[in-house]
Design a protein around this ligand. Structure first.
Ligand SMILES: NC(=O)C1=CN([C@@H]2O[C@H](COP(=O)(O)OP(=O)(O)OC[C@H]3O[C@@H](n4cnc5c(N)ncnc54)[C@H](O)[C@@H]3O)[C@@H](O)[C@H]2O)C=CC1
Ligand SMILES: CC(=O)[C@H](N)C(=O)O
Length: 875
């Protein structure tokens, strides 16, 4: 049938179009085989609407007198209304649209007629070439075996390589379910194929995207799963991901909720929840995280499948690659990934995207699996604003083109069908087109900064948001989003012209401003991370820039590791006063005393147990991490292996966590990070650092790692070099400066003190209150005020003799003897005598409050009070 046979009325005058964000437009409507065109005048200028008929999901007609109204509900969720004079014209137009928007013959569809000026049909179709990508990997098996294995898998989808981890050599494979059936059939070739992937000693995982129950039920219809006894080295994990009708209904409910602006808050929230769309996003992202974790962290190969291997399987393999593989996060890498994992892998686009959310037609094979993928990618981009080279415009275009496109990429249900119908010879490839330099500007993320690290998505409830750019696109103006993007582009350009910061740091600072706000430089920058999500609702809420109080949501959630030592409890007290008791969690591997346990949240956390730490951070929505766990100088020298483990391995765990979860990380360093070859009086921030203790070596390592990750990946790393800390309420944990605490206790208990350092050993010291205040002030300092990531802080400097002399002003009978301990004396002799902290004073206004005489008064007063309360004698 010719197109013209579907068109009874081709032109109608005086049609009025009503559409979102435009005034009504009157003009001439014209219908062609593939488009609806409305040309009219808007004031002095002529305007046009050109709508691809395939984009129309549902048509609703209404007659009123001699005219009629047609409502067109589009697959991209836009809703248009046409008021057409003449009832017959209206009916004819509606009938034509109904017929032409649902053409079934692929070669009649618009991509076969689309011939834009600068594109040639000779242009190559393929972006990715699996043969080339995986050329370095040995072929796993021969053709015959493959054909046997293919017969054993649904639709012939035998396990194929999807991703190869270059560092550990592990792979992600995908397939369909094995056809074991009720008789538990097996296939030697399939078993050998999987066995060939892992050598005998290893374990592999099979992630089955169905629940155990569904997988078992599949046996009744000829499908099934890999039994433990036949696939000995493979461990099956079942994760129930929704598919098909359930997903489609979820999209329909969500679109319905989003299109009605009259909902009250309660109704909106309940409709949103009812749609379960965000739960699907959550399940998919969590399972993709699990898949990536199996490969990267556990070092295991993984096979993924559900039933057909063409929907949920592809969601997981695509997202895992985005999480793990930096190249997939570039524009061309991502498009090649989509081509490989969706177009070539045989996602049935034509069936799945036949209808979108508005159609009244009976559901057949529709399911928004691809849309769900794009939503998950959007969530990743929102959580890691610098990590993806492409931005939201690309995702929106893909979402639209999957349903209705000028290009042939998403036609048909498999590559085989595409080849049979000559799609590649007779249509243009969208993915190829999007890679053209002319498109890049529009599609790239101005903040992009490549990172080699995996980007682990957070799936805690607050981390996932509704993709308003897609679902509210036609109900809320996106103007402010465009403006925000424009401003970001300007900022990036301006920053590129600013020579005062090295290239990488400029962007990091920019993102820091955008995320946290830098009030000291310019109010304008006080746009928190949410702006990067382009969410109109939030922009208007957060754009109130005049307030100087931190927004309540900006309150940090703090975790302190090693919190039961000399310093942790006091810091927690101070932070809790400012941010609320529940927002500060102390942790340690020791049992807390009752008063600490009762004063606020406490959890067990071993810094060597990465998983547990990660759980704590994720479950408690931690945003600041204070890493206090360590073995101090004297104890460390007595147990080098343990010190290395806790101080270095523990630190690496914390660094990884902080990077993954965008935490502000505080790691204290020490006067012990200097050695005999460093300037000693005073020691500046930057100088030779060659410490001679494992404690000092681990601290220098920490300073350098943190600074490196800051410069390379933007980690918000902050480090203060503390002097010896003097406290009355808590005991020091085995350092070289501990004598300066013990002397007060002994002075008040026995009046005698034996010092393990020589009388003239001068070291920098500080009252614990100053130490805590410095830490909190430094943590609160805006990024842009910090010219360094590691600062010395100083207060006073004294020898044992001098402090004893000061104590004698209050306790004249104090007797001090000196019996130097070789290890601690050697350590102390290698440390600075004084600290230069002028950078901290200049950059973020650091000042100590306690002098030696004030410290002595405070220490004696506090310890005296403690002893009296406990009924102990006071000398
Ligand atoms: N107290 C001082 O004079 C100075 C301290 N610092 C640094 O400040 C931080 C805190 O110091 P303090 O409180 O004095 O130390 P501390 O030795 O009193 O406390 C360290 C805490 O770490 C905990 N810990 C040990 N192994 C652990 C593990 N595997 N997982 C979790 N926790 C573990 C211990 O149970 C202990 O409660 C340390 O990093 C230290 O190097 C730096 C300079 C001076
Ligand atoms: C100064 C320190 O780092 C600590 N108190 C120690 O003496 O080890």
């Amino acid at each position: 049938m010719e197109f013209s046979e579907h068109i009874k009325t081709a032109n109608v005058e005086n049609v009025v179009l009503t559409r979102p964000f435009h005034p009504p437009m009157k003009g001439t409507l014209c219908l062609t085989g593939h488009h609806l065109l409305l040309s009219g005048r808007d004031g002095d200028s002529s305007t046009q609407l050109l709508l691809l008929l395939r984009n129309i999901d549902a048509i609703e007609k209404r007659n009123a007198g001699s005219s009629g109204t047609i409502t067109l509900k589009c697959k991209d969720l836009c809703v248009l209304q046409l008021d057409i004079p003449g009832m017959e014209e209206c009916l004819n137009i509606a009938r034509s649209i109904e017929a032409l928007s649902s053409l079934e013959t692929v070669t009649e569809m618009y991509p076969f007629f689309y011939r834009p000026p600068r594109l040639s049909l000779q242009d190559q179709w393929g972006l990715s070439s699996p043969e080339q990508d995986f050329a370095h990997i040995e072929a796993l098996t021969d053709r015959w075996r493959l054909s046997q294995a293919a017969k054993f898998r649904q639709g012939g989808r035998f396990p194929v390589l999807s991703y190869y981890h270059r560092e550990n050599g592990k792979v992600i494979m995908r397939s369909s379910q094995p056809l074991t059936g009720a008789n538990r059939k097996r296939c030697k070739e399939d078993e050998l194929l999987l066995q060939a992937v892992i050598d005998g000693s290893e374990l592999g995982y099979i992630i089955d995207t169905r629940s155990t129950q569904l997988a078992q039920q599949a046996r009744m219809t000829g499908g099934g799963f890999e039994s433990k006894s036949n696939y000995i080295a493979w461990k099956r994990l079942h994760r129930n991901l929704e598919r098909g009708k359930v997903l489609q209904e979820s999209l329909i409910k969500l679109a319905e909720a989003c299109s009605d602006q009259s909902h009250s808050m309660d109704r909106w929230l309940s409709k949103l929840e009812n749609s379960k769309w965000l739960s699907h996003v959550n399940s998919v992202l969590s399972t993709a995280g699990l898949l990536a974790e199996c490969v990267e962290r556990e070092g295991c190969s993984v096979l993924v499948h559900g039933s057909d291997g063409t929907d949920t399987t592809l969601l997981l393999t695509t997202l895992a690659q985005l999480i793990l593989e930096p190249h997939c996060r570039t524009l061309s890498g991502f498009l090649a990934l989509l081509e490989r994992e969706w177009v070539q892998a045989g996602h049935p686009f034509q069936q799945r995207c036949a209808h979108s959310a508005y159609s009244h037609a009976r559901l057949r094979q529709e399911a928004p699996a691809f849309l769900l993928l794009l939503d998950c990618v959007w969530q990743l981009g929102r959580q890691f604003p610098l990590a993806l080279e492409f931005g939201e415009p690309l995702l929106l275009q893909l979402a639209r083109d999957a349903y209705a496109s000028d290009f042939g990429t998403f036609l048909c249900n498999s590559d085989k069908e595409r080849c049979a119908l000559g799609v590649k010879e007779n249509t243009h490839c969208l993915l190829q087109f999007l890679c053209r330099p002319s498109e890049r500007d529009r599609l790239t993320n101005p903040l992009y900064q490549a990172t080699e690290l995996a980007i682990w998505p957070s799936v805690q409830p607050q981390a996932l948001q509704l993709w308003t750019g897609l679902f509210f696109r036609w109900t809320q103006s996106a103007q402010c989003l465009d403006k925000a993007r424009e401003e970001i582009c300007n900022l990036v350009t301006q920053n590129q012209g600013c020579n005062s910061f090295p290239g990488g740091q400029r962007l990091v600072m920019l993102s820091g401003w955008l995320r946290r706000g830098c009030r000291s430089r310019a109010r304008w920058y006080y746009l928190p991370a949410r702006v990067l999500s382009w969410s109109p609702r939030q922009i208007s809420r957060w754009n109130k820039q005049d307030t100087t109080d931190p927004a309540p949501l900006e309150r940090p959630r703090v975790l302190i590791t090693g919190g039961l030592g000399q310093l942790g409890v006091g810091l927690a007290q101070l932070l809790r006063k400012q941010y609320g008791t529940d927002n500060v969690i102390l942790s340690d591997i020791k049992k807390p005393p009752a008063d600490v346990f009762n004063s606020g949240p406490f959890v067990y956390a071993d810094v060597l147990d990465y998983k547990n730490l990660r759980e704590l951070v994720v479950n408690n929505r931690i945003t600041w991490l204070v890493h206090y766990s360590a073995l101090l100088s004297a104890v460390g020298e007595a147990n080098v292996a343990l010190a290395r483990k806790i101080n270095i391995t523990g630190l690496h765990n914390v660094l990884d966590l902080a990077l993954e979860n965008c935490l502000r990380l505080f790691v204290p360093s020490t006067i012990g990070a200097f050695g005999p070859s460093s300037p000693r009086d005073p020691a500046p921030d930057l100088c030779v650092q060659r410490p001679r203790t494992i404690y000092g070596v681990s601290k220098v390592h920490g300073e350098l790692m943190g600074e490196y990750l800051h410069h390379k990946y933007g980690l918000d790393f902050r480090c203060l070099r503390y002097p010896g800390i003097i406290s009355a309420d808590t005991q020091p944990g085995g350092g070289t400066t501990d004598y300066a605490v013990q002397i007060f206790h002994d002075a008040l208990s026995s009046g005698q003190f034996e010092c393990y350092l020589r009388a003239d050993t001068r070291l920098p010291m500080m009252h614990i209150d100053d130490c805590h205040r410095a830490t909190v002030e430094f943590m609160q300092a805006p990024d842009c005020q910090l010219s360094l990531r590691t600062y010395n802080i100083a207060a006073m400097s004294f020898t044992p003799e001098e402090v004893a002399e000061e104590i004698r002003k209050h306790l004249p009978n104090l007797r001090v003897t000196y019996n130097p301990d070789f290890v601690r004396q050697t350590i102390a002799d290698s440390w600075p005598m004084r600290f230069d902290d002028s950078n901290a004073q200049r950059d973020w206004g650091w000042r100590s409050l306690y002098s030696l005489s004030e410290l002595v008064v405070d220490m004696l007063g506090s310890i005296r009070e403690q002893r009296t309360k406990s009924g102990l004698p006071v000398s």
